[in-house]
Structures are given as structure tokens and as C-alpha cells.
Ligand binder design. Structure first.
Ligand code: CTP
Length: 463
């Protein structure tokens, strides 16, 4: 009996897939089809697959061409499968010519001619709206966003807005996108969606106007400086039927979701303490260190550190205490947020002027999870127990600097693929905004900041 094996994602199952399977079947007597898992596709940089693994398996099964269907979930598995299933022929389409020649050492490799003019990529782009995107703000984060664009299908950055002409001009020269500096409404007219990466205090107003104009909004954190504004924005977005996402990139990273799910799985028992820490000694001339009202440790990093706490304990804390080490001008160099819950304790620590091990520790009644810095990208974490020999290490997939995951989620939601709305909920965003409001109130009370003007919503734009 001649055994044949082939692999694929088989997303949005199409005629090219059917043709390939028919021809693969004819190469032998028994056909095994390997279908990729979501995680494996993500690891290979395919982050916009529409159908779930089970749906894709089901579509292959319905053709009746596969004698057996297996799941492909890691690099190197093809070699294992060829040996395990005693395969005679490995086959894939001609788009892969040369790539799998190394398997000739184990079996015969056949590249079948690919069906012209059809692919899952084509179907995804014709099914989905290609989002015309504008960036507000042209600083460091905007530059990172530009660099990640090529990894996200369905997004096209066409222009930017910045009232500061110098920075705008530099951006235009570097990236070749037109930068508007005068009229926000004209800029909005050109786009379907905006990414807000302007100074913190301007986020809310830019977001509000963009939503009012019917534009989808991906807004860097903080999206708002209090709960009421955050909730108001979401209400308005609901009425205008536009997508509104806050850019806390950790929430969208696959490794972070895996870490949260491991913590929820009961393997560490009942969770009793969460300690999340994010410190980065910033350049003294950077915005984080010079803007006493909207820079500082809390504004920069609190959203990241509160995220695992709200994900695991929920947003109904019983008590919260916020303490900071401040500079003479009131900028918080280091801030500690202690939260008390029915089931346990939590601490979020952030710093721009104090350095510490930036780790996330989730402690339970049976063991603990430890994710070392940079846990907010979650490339690695450990599951530990009383017995130091019993340690399990997880190394989830992670690509680029993480922004591509939130970008691709944004495009998916615009195209009404709403499967992942749990990644960062409106309730979690409102709770983060509520703690931000408490921090601002607290700061007002601190005696060191006498004479310092408190945050007002202001947008530095000419119109
Ligand atoms: N295939 C084919 N003809 C096509 C498209 C795919 O023969 N027009 C083959 C591929 O070469 C592969 C298998 O079908 O052997 C599964 O391919 P997959 O990557 O899932 O499909 P694509 O349409 O190529 O997907 P994408 O556009 O996401 O790369």
C-alpha cells in the first residue's frame, strides 16, 4: 500500500484545495492530510486565518478524499509523521518547490502543480474590507506601527496627522505617507479607521471625534482618564457601529492568553496573589520623564500591570491603594497599586525612575506561575511548585514586537470576525480608566505636588 501525506491550512476551503487533495489521493492508496493548528499558523506568521482548526478539518473531511486527518502543530513534525506513519510520498503544491527537498532522505517528495488564480489569501482580501488607516501622532509608537503593517493583511496606512509640523515632516520623509497638520476633520474624511498614538492627554478627544465621524478607532492606552469617559466612548462607538479597541498590546499577544489560561486552569490551585511589575528607566529627556501630568510611571505602564489582575480576579476589587515616589514636580517615578479582592491580593508596580525585576508572579494554593521580564510580551513562563524539581516551562509563540496581534485583531473586528472580543473587554478597559482616575485624584492630594496643575483634557491641534 502506497501511503501519501500532505499538509495545509485549508482556510476558506476552495477549489485549489480540492484539486490538490484529488491529485494527492491519486498518487497512492492511502492519503493522510495534516491540518495546521491556530498556534502553528501564528508561529509561521499567518495571523489572519479565518476558519478555526476544527472548521478546517471538517472541510477536508467533507471532501471524502482523506483516509486520515491529523493535526500539525509544530515545526519539525513532518519528519516525525513520515516516520510514524511510514509514508512513501510527501506532496504539496508547487508554491513550495524546493522547500521540502530535505524530506527526500525519508520518502519521495512530489510537488503538484498549484491551481492558478485562487488562494485563501485572495479570498480573505476579497471577502474583507481593506481598511484605509490613518495614524494620529508621528512619534516612536507610530514608527513601530508602520514597521508592523506589512505583517497584517487587510490594513493600508495611507496618511497621518500631527499638528507639530516638524515631527510630521520627519515622518512623511521617512515613510512616504502624507501627514496632515492643520485640519483633523479633513484627515478623518480620508480614512476608514485611525490608530491614535499621540501624547496621552490627547487620546480621548481624538478618539471621541473619530468615533463621532463614524471611524473605527484603535487607541493607545490610556484611552480615557476616567471611567465615565471610557464608558461614554464605548456607548458612542456602539451607536455609530464602529470598532473601538484600546491598544494594550499584551492583551492581544498569544502567549499572554496562554499564561492567563494556565492560571485559570486550576494547576496552581486557587489564585491568592498577583504581582505584576513593569519598570523601564526612561531617557530623562523623553516624554515619559518630562511630562509631569501625563508622563510618569503610572500613565506609561499601569494599564499593562493591571491587565493580568483584572483578567484573573475580575474588575470588582474591594479596595485599592495607590502610592508613589514622586519627583519635586509631581511626576511619579515609581507607583505601587495594591488591590484587595474577596479571594486574594494583588499588586501592580510601575517605574520610570526606579528599576526592579519586571516580573509577573501569580501565586496559588498549589503553586505559582512566574513570567520574567518582558512578561508583557509573554515569550516564556514557568509553572512552579513546592518541589523545586517539578518545574514546567512554557515558550509560547511570539513574533515581531507584538503590535501585529492587536492590529490584526482590529482588522478582524472591523470585518465582523468577533471571535476574540474577550481578549480585552469594555469592562476591563473601564476598570483601568477608573483606577487612572483614582490615581489622578490621589496625586492631587499628595503634598509634594502643591502648585501643580492637574490634568485637563486638551488636544494640541490647530483647526
Ligand atoms: N494549493 C493549490 N492551489 C491553490 C492553493 C493552494 O494547489 N490555488 C495547495 C497548496 O500548495 C498546499 C495546499 O493547497 O499544498 C494547502 O494550501 P494552503 O496554504 O492551505 O492554501 P493557500 O490558498 O495557498 O493559502 P494561503 O493563501 O493562506 O497561503
Amino acid at each position: 500500500m502506497v501511503k501519501v501525506i500532505t499538509y495545509g491550512t485549508f482556510d476558506l476551503f476552495h477549489q485549489g484545495h480540492v484539486n490538490l487533495l484529488e491529485r494527492a489521493r491519486k498518487l497512492g492508496d492511502y492519503l493522510i492530510v495534516g491540518v495546521t493548528t491556530e498556534h502553528f499558523d501564528e508561529a509561521r506568521g499567518k495571523i489572519n486565518v479565518v476558519d478555526s482548526c476544527l472548521e478546517r478539518v471538517e472541510n477536508v473531511r467533507k471532501t471524502g478524499l482523506a483516509d486520515e486527518i491529523i493535526i500539525e502543530d509544530h515545526a519539525g513534525q513532518k519528519i516525525e509523521d513520515i516516520q510514524k506513519y511510514q509514508i512513501d510520498i510527501f506532496t504539496v503544491g508547487s508554491d513550495w518547490i524546493g522547500t521540502f527537498d530535505y524530506l527526500n532522505a525519508l520518502c519521495k517528495v512530489v510537488y503538484l502543480e498549484r491551481t492558478p488564480n485562487i488562494s485563501s489569501t485572495m479570498l480573505r482580501s476579497s471577502h474583507f474590507q481593506r481598511v484605509k488607516m490613518g495614524i494620529i501622532g508621528t512619534g516612536r509608537i507610530a514608527a513601530r506601527f508602520m514597521a508592523e503593517e506589512k505583517y497584517v493583511s487587510g490594513m493600508n496606512i495611507i496618511c497621518a496627522f500631527n499638528p507639530e509640523t516638524e515631527s510630521g515632516k520627519r515622518f512623511q520623509d521617512s515613510y512616504g505617507v502624507q501627514v496632515e497638520s492643520e485640519h483633523y476633520s479633513e484627515f478623518l474624511n480620508k480614512v476608514d479607521a485611525v490608530y491614535i498614538a499621540s501624547p496621552n492627554e490627547t487620546h480621548y478627544e481624538y478618539a471621541r471625534e473619530a468615533v463621532a465621524a463614524g471611524k473605527h478607532v484603535l487607541c493607545e492606552n490610556p484611552i480615557a482618564l476616567n471611567r465615565q469617559d471610557a464608558e461614554g466612548l464605548f456607548k458612542q462607538a456602539g451607536e455609530r457601529e464602529v470598532v473601538l479597541l484600546e491598544g494594550i498590546k499584551t492583551a492581544y499577544c498569544p502567549g499572554f492568553q496562554q499564561l492567563i489560561n494556565t492560571a485559570r486552569s486550576g494547576q496552581i490551585g486557587e489564585i491568592r496573589d498577583i504581582e505584576a511589575c513593569f519598570t523601564r528607566l526612561a531617557d530623562p529627556y523623553s516624554r515619559e520623564c518630562t511630562d509631569a501630568l501625563y508622563g510618569g510611571a503610572f500613565m506609561e505602564y499601569a494599564a499593562y500591570t493591571l491587565l493580568p489582575i483584572f483578567k484573573l480576579y475580575g474588575t470588582h476589587y474591594k479596595d485599592v491603594h495607590i502610592r508613589s515616589i514622586q519627583r519635586a514636580d509631581g511626576l511619579d517615578l515609581y507607583t505601587k497599586i495594591d488591590l484587595l479582592y474577596e479571594q486574594g491580593l494583588a499588586t501592580a508596580k510601575c517605574g520610570v525612575g526606579v528599576k526592579t525585576e519586571g516580573q509577573l508572579v501569580i501565586s496559588g494554593t498549589k503553586g505559582y506561575l512566574l513570567a520574567e521580564s518582558p512578561w508583557w510580551l509573554t515569550r516564556k513562563y514557568k509553572l512552579c511548585y513546592e518541589d523545586p524539581n517539578k518545574v514546567e516551562t512554557f515558550e509560547p509563540k511570539f513574533q515581531g514586537d507584538g503590535l501585529r496581534y492587536e492590529m490584526s485583531e482590529f482588522v478582524a473586528q472591523i470585518n465582523k470576525v468577533d471571535k476574540n472580543k474577550y481578549l480585552l473587554t469594555q469592562d476591563e478597559i473601564a476598570a483601568i480608566s477608573e483606577v487612572t482616575e483614582l490615581f489622578i485624584e490621589e496625586r492631587m492630594r499628595w503634598k509634594h505636588k502643591d502648585g501643580i496643575e492637574e490634568p485637563k483634557r486638551a488636544r494640541q491641534k490647530k483647526e
